[in-house]
Design a protein around this ligand. Structure first.
Ligand SMILES: [Mn+2]
Length: 350
């Protein structure tokens, strides 16, 4: 038996129960540009809040059509099942002192669609709970009820474990097991990322036992990739594979891309026989963005640091001002030196 003190999931459950019980209304806030992990875990929290029979809403302020197509599909499905999604303007009308706010899949002020004063008000009222799996960042909101699970693959894994550990069942038509599986699948890089803990597979398996529909997960992901013409164009027409087996996609100088399109192109290119992939493109009039993905042999984060960006071994990005995509592309190709190959580096240091 694990005691509640030792068990962070247990502590989270206690806080959620207590705060949900005391609230009049509950609003769940996934991060901006909600992805499968943010939306899946938000839906799980929504259903937990409904059990307390509170007026519950999910706050998404991005125009829905700007989100990934698979996420849009999920939103359409849950709205048709009566889940209430509101924007920030509507939220302001219900944001009184009896409203409990739960941030999910982020703890960063810069990643939630809320004004600083509203956040500080909620912190002061102790009406703010944060549940995240990312490490602390520059704009992390300090609050009493912070639950940061950096050892977990995803927010969906945290919620899955919580639901199973406390045998919480929902009798409804919401396809929660599938949504949670999609979140875990996304953030664990399809359960392949090196260093993934075994437990992630266990919870994913438990969701399959709860009838998570893997064909549907697959469809949600492919909708996401193929719906995007610009992403396809980057991959089919702008990809070069260089020595050190790195794929570089340099967008056209006069074409604008979203950071998500660049990220998707880089993600998708890892399917090729390359160790890393980079997508470069203009994201607004004076900013070029690089999205970097690696299978683990090349340190994507270290390369992005050369461009004043950041990230980790597998996933990183940088923004560059006042240059063109082709200029940044040339610099990037030059900077792809063998020392970023971790194996070579280790050998040299031996
Ligand atoms: Mn996540």
């Amino acid at each position: 038996m694990i005691s509640v003190e030792d068990d962070k999931i247990g502590q989270l459950k206690v806080v959620l129960d207590k705060k949900m019980q005391n609230a009049d209304s509950i609003t769940i806030v996934p991060h901006k540009r909600a992805d499968f992990d943010a939306i899946g875990s938000a839906i799980a929290l929504y259903l937990m809040a409904l059990k307390h029979q509170k007026n519950t809403t999910i706050l998404i302020d991005d125009p829905i059509y700007t989100l990934d197509s698979g996420v849009q599909t999920i939103i359409k499905e849950i709205e048709s099942q009566g889940i209430d999604i509101i924007d920030y303007k509507e939220y302001k009308k219900i944001a009184d002192s009896k409203n409990l706010l739960i941030l999910i899949d982020t703890s960063q002020a810069s990643l939630v669609p809320l004004e600083e004063e509203v956040i500080q008000q909620k912190v002061a009222e102790e009406n703010l709970i944060e549940i995240d799996h990312h490490p602390f960042g520059k704009t992390t909101i300090q609050t009493k009820d912070m639950f940061i699970f950096t050892e977990y693959s995803s927010a969906c894994e945290v919620l899955t474990k919580l639901l199973f550990q406390y045998k919480i069942k929902f009798h409804c038509n919401i396809d929660l097991a599938t949504y949670l599986y999609a979140g875990i699948w996304l953030d664990s890089n399809k359960l392949t990322k090196k260093g993934d803990r075994k437990e992630t597979h266990k919870w994913a398996g438990m969701l399959v036992e709860e009838d998570a529909d893997l064909d549907k997960v697959n469809e949600l992901f492919s909708e996401d990739l193929y719906s995007d013409r610009k992403v396809q164009d980057l991959i089919s027409n702008h990809m070069n594979i260089f020595s050190y087996t790195v794929a570089c996609m340099i967008g056209e100088d006069n074409k604008k891309y979203t950071p998500e399109e660049l990220a998707k192109a880089a993600d998708y290119s890892l399917k090729y026989k390359v160790d890393a992939a980079f997508a470069v493109g203009k994201i607004d009039n004076d900013t070029i963005s690089i999205s970097a993905r690696s299978k683990g042999k090349i340190n994507a984060g270290a390369i992005m640091q050369e461009f004043n960006g950041g990230g980790n071994l597998y996933s990183a990005a940088a923004k560059i001002k006042e240059e063109t995509a082709s200029e940044v592309g040339k610099k990037l190709i030059k900077s792809l030196k063998p020392e970023f190959y971790l194996e070579l580096n280790n050998k040299r240091n031996q």
